[in-house]
Design a protein around this ligand. Structure first.
Ligand code: FRU
Length: 327
């Protein structure tokens, strides 16, 4: 087995304190464990675009070989990402994009498509093509918010009897979504369905509907569909949310693409991850798939442990053998 070159990968994350991004990092680490000689530098910008620009500059100074980045907002991060790219450092965008076309690869779902799918699901499965919707959007200026909204509105326009009653920015955050909905209460009444750009904001929307005793009249759908306590799958399973669109984190694919690029193997520029609507018809199946997947991950961890033990025994025996040969 040939030893891999010692690659140095920088990962600039826009914000760290949520379940979806922690899951992304776990997936990355799992894949990184297959490349023990690689070095990984991780920084998160806590939702601050200026800080993220500085952190990328710091990584460039430390001579990373490749940059993986999920840019907080598209415009503020464009220049520094282009700078890296023009220095000859491959750039992998994950989940969010910048406004620049200069990058090496993208890994993530098609956010325009997610918006469109949400509109079609709402129009056909929930509304029978007639009714009213409200949209709770992500952070203005972050590419998934722009693309999800554009896909949603483009598609909902195809249903002339569906009215868009409101659009608010919840900045991807639960509290922000709650505050926005609370301060526009009058618009909530008579809304059939709320499309929130993620499950966190969807659950915040549900909280406000509950406060106003509107939770029976107004349905809520979100995006992400993660497993885990109080995450999307659980909320769909207990009917808090009517549906959630799966948004894979791409952590594993970003790392495998990074190594393909670094070792001059073929790779794709656009790595579009699949999405699907999760509702009461398939949520149990999805939960089962995740449970199976996580038990397999644990098996892999266990086998890794056993392998390391074996290696230690082998090394000790070799030591003993050397001693015997010498004496
Ligand atoms: C997590 C998150 C997800 C959302 C994604 C969009 O930070 O807000 O909930 O799908 O970012 O970039």
């Amino acid at each position: 087995h040939k030893q891999e070159e010692k690659f140095f990968i920088g990962f600039s994350q826009c914000i760290a304190s949520d379940h979806w991004r922690r899951t992304m990092l776990e997936e990355m680490k799992m894949e990184l464990s297959l490349h023990p000689s690689a070095e990984f530098l991780y920084m998160d910008a806590d939702g601050n675009s200026n800080r993220q620009v500085k952190q990328v500059r710091e990584m460039l100074k430390k001579n990373i070989d490749l940059l993986i980045i999920s840019p907080n907002e598209a415009h503020p991060l464009a220049a520094v990402v282009e700078e890296a790219y023009n220095m000859g450092i491959p750039v992998i965008l994950i989940d969010r994009k910048t406004s620049s076309p200069h990058y090496t690869a993208y890994v993530g779902a098609d956010n325009y498509q997610i918006g469109k799918m949400a509109a079609d699901y709402i129009a056909n499965a929930l509304l029978k093509r007639k009714g009213s919707v409200g949209e709770v959007m992500g952070l203005p200026g972050s590419s998934p918010a722009i693309e999800r909204s554009k896909g949603f509105i483009d598609q909902i326009k195809k249903y002339p009897e569906i009215q868009v009653k409101f659009q608010f920015y919840g900045d991807w955050l639960k509290e922000q979504a709650e505050n926005q909905l609370r301060s526009h209460q009058s618009k909530l009444k008579g809304t059939d369905i709320i499309f929130a750009h993620n499950d966190v904001m969807a659950s915040g929307s549900w909280n406000v509907l509950k406060e106003l005793d509107l939770q029976k009249e107004t349905k809520v759908i979100g995006v992400d569909a993660l497993p885990g306590a109080r995450a999307g799958l659980e909320l769909v399973g207990n009917k808090t949310l009517t549906a959630s669109l799966l948004y894979p984190t791409g952590g594993k694919e970003a790392i495998s693409t990074a190594f393909a690029i670094l070792s001059n193997k073929p790779f794709q520029k656009e790595n579009v991850l699949q999405t699907v609507v999760i509702d009461s018809t398939n949520v149990e199946l999805m939960k089962m798939q995740w449970a199976k997947f996580s038990s397999q991950q644990k098996d892999i961890e266990r086998q890794k442990g056993l392998l390391e033990d074996q290696l230690e025994i082998y090394n000790n025996q070799r030591l003993v053998l050397n001693v015997i040969v010498i004496t």
